[in-house]
Design a binder for this molecule. Sequence first.
Ligand code: F6R
Length: 237
Amino acid sequence: MQLIRVSSYEELSRKAADIISAQVILKPGCVLGLATGSTPIGTYRQLIERFRRGDLDFSRVTAFNLDEYLGISPEHPQSYHAFMQEQLFRHINICPRRCHVPEGCAEDPRAFARAYDQAIAEHGGIDLQLLGIGNNGHIAFNEPGDAFIKETHVVSLKKSTIEANKRFFTSIDQVPTQAITMGVGSIMQAKKVLLLAEGPVKKDALEKALYGPICPQMPASILQLHPDLTVICHVDG
Ligand code: F6R
């Protein structure tokens, strides 16, 4: 594991964008695993700037997002589809048909989940997986539980996640209670993983994830077993 401690969110975002840029430059047809949430917004801004300067070309990149709320249409302003369009996709030259975000409104979410894993496998897996970490140690929406789940699956969100994500909604009862999420299989099979942790609120989860026991009650702890993990953190205020 490579642990990079930085002193500002700006620096975290620049360094994360450096790593993603290097991936896209070295392998223009790469497969990126992408995350939503507050943490990667600065990274995406950096990538957009670099694209606008002519330093990056996303025309051959394929993206698979980690997760989506269940029962929310792609047009819903708080959907992760809308987030990705707004924060990244519509500002760069990535091909829309190469942008994959789980379908929150799939008629049969379980069949969709199987097809999502198959599509990732057919693309040869993920080259670089970008991750945030939940206050409760979740990665994607792999919530603390009794077992690690390998496959993309439907999950009931923990109270702590609903509480943390209510800031994006008008009230807590607007926050969906279920989601569809990539499992830890595709994440652990990614060739490289880049985990970002921003803010003192993530300090405890990050320490437990990186140095505590590897257990499903702390889903991010499985990353200790990843052979090429880079962590960029700004958790000391
Ligand atoms: C988002 C995701 C989540 C977030 C995590 C941190 O696609 O998979 O695991 O990365 O909840 O969210 P923020 O960055 O908002 O603190």
